[in-house]
Each structure stands twice: as structure tokens, then as C-alpha cells.
Design a binder for this molecule. Sequence first.
Ligand SMILES: [Mn+2]
Length: 353
Amino acid sequence: MATPEAERRATPAEANSEAQRLLEKLLDSVDPERPAAIYTHDHPDPDSIASAYALQHLLSKRLEIDSVIVHGGTIGRASNRAMVELLGIRLESLRRIDFDGYGTHCLIDTQPGAGNHSLPPDLPVSIAIDHHPRSDEADRAPFLDVRTEYGSTSTMMFYYLKAAGLDLPTKLATALLFGIKSDTRELERETSEADLHAYLEIFPRADLTLLNRIEKPRIPREYFKAFHTALGASLIHARALVSDVGEMENPDLVAELADFLIPLDRVDHVLVMGRHEDRLYLSLRTRQEQDDAGRTIARVVGELGTAGGHGRMAGAQIRLDGEEDGTAREVKRRFLEALEVDPDDEGEPLVRV
Ligand SMILES: [Mn+2]
């Protein structure tokens, strides 16, 4: 099969030797005199948060360096909020950061040129560790470790910690386990032997009760309102479902709704759109092996914004300047055309509310 999911995957032996080979170079890239700043995605997912937490631990234990974990957006999903609260992971907002106060700027689970973070383009990034496809600007980081043959950045960080001879504290183990589980969708998606091996080594060190409370968090009432809106706005066009939820409180909602809707019988593609501040956020899920969600969304968004993703899940953002509804309509049109559905099809409501 020529699907992206069939690409070469890493073995544990490779993962160990790569981490051993790269560890000292990574540590040498850190300014030993000043604190470091570790940047996740703007709206960080569990893999991004867990790997940042792991890098923070590594810098603290090996170099006695303080670091701050920084994100440029919101922590939206209830489970991600539960993760940082229950594990005591502190994240700062990018807006409150004085870049000059930090000697080393690190991007984790993302890289220079990626659309999912808002670092100023001229900020000198020293370190980037990621498992997403390499961007054209990635080389701006002198220490660049991009390995797409891993299911999660948490896996890569686990092998770094191991190469450094560090034990895993319970909360860090719990975070990494959640990072691997969520990025590989319970070890099913794009999982390498290296991911599986890391998972099995981390498992006995994690707090499974805590993990359960993170994965099944208490949910605020607004969340159910958003689901109600999304169900009411869902239109089925042949084997595709499109839902435009309008204004939303947190941008992670589109991904969460897309995950919720993709099991729908006789539907192979789900596109959820919503607005937050001055942006239109899109999330695409697909069930069909032969369709790469990352490529589809890149084609749909084109010059309008930035897109990322792979396999069966992808996301994008478009900056809006007044033309809000026009943009969403254009995106929907392009999406239906990409799937060879009549773009003027009115669609059938999923439910009648
Ligand atoms: Mn990841």
C-alpha cells in the first residue's frame, strides 16, 4: 500500500541509538546560563504538552536549567485541561513572555515554519523536535530532530530521557503515556515498534487512576451546547458531512466535534469549521485509507491559510478579515469539489432540530 500510514516505522533499537547519538548535541544547544523557553502548539494537544514536560525535566535534571512551557492559544479540550491540572504542568501564555529573558528557544512537536504556533518568525529557535513532515523553514533551528517514522514526539522524548539515564517520575510517565496514546489513537494510527516499546516501558510507571480522570474528565455545560449546535448545523453531502458551528469559545472544539462525528454510518469524510477571534478553524477526519486528510485539507485551504496533518486527521486555520461567511462558503465549496460532490448540493440535515 502506498498510503502514508505504510511508510517506514522506527524500531526500538533505532530509537535508542538515535537518542544516544543526539542527546549530547541537544544538550550542547542549550544556553547553560539562562532559563529556556519551550513552545508547544498554540492550542497544544497531549503529545505536545507531554513532550514539552519531558524536555523541561531533561533540562532540569541534566543541566539544572529552569524552563517555562509556553503556548500561544488556549488549552481547549476538557481532557487536556484535566491533564495540566491533575499533573501540575504549568503553561504560560506567549503574550506574557519576554523573549529576551530566555537563552534557548525550543519548539516541541512542531517546528519553524509550521502553522500551528505563533512564534515571531525572526525569533532564533535553537531546538526543534518533531515527528510531523519537515517544513521548508525547519533548518532555521540549529538542533533539528524531525523523525516522521514515530507516532508521537512523546516517544522520541522517552528515548532521550532513557539515553540520559533518567528515571520517570509518576506524573511525567502519566503524561507521556497519554501523549503516545492520544497521538497514535491507542497505538492504532501510524504506530511504530518504537512507540509500542516506549508505551510498554512507561505503562508500569504511570498512574492509571490519574490517567482515567484525565481521559474521562468532568465536562462543562457549554460543551454540550456546542455539540447541540454542531448536530443542528451538520449537513450530509453524499459520503461527506460538513458542520459549520459558527463562533466557538475554544478552537479545539472543531477537532473534538470531528472526532465525535466521524463514526457516522455511511460517511467517510467529516469537515467541521468554527470561528474563534479572527480566525476560521477547520478540522477534517477521514475513514478512507486511500485519502490522505493532510493533502485534502491543504488542497482545500490553499492560499487562504495554513494547514497541517496526515493520515486520517488534519486541521487548518484561516485568518479572516471581514469576509467570514464568504470564506467558510468557499472552503465548503472546495471541499465538496475535492470529493467530487456537486458543490451546489444543498445537503441533507443530519438531524432536524
Ligand atoms: Mn504529535
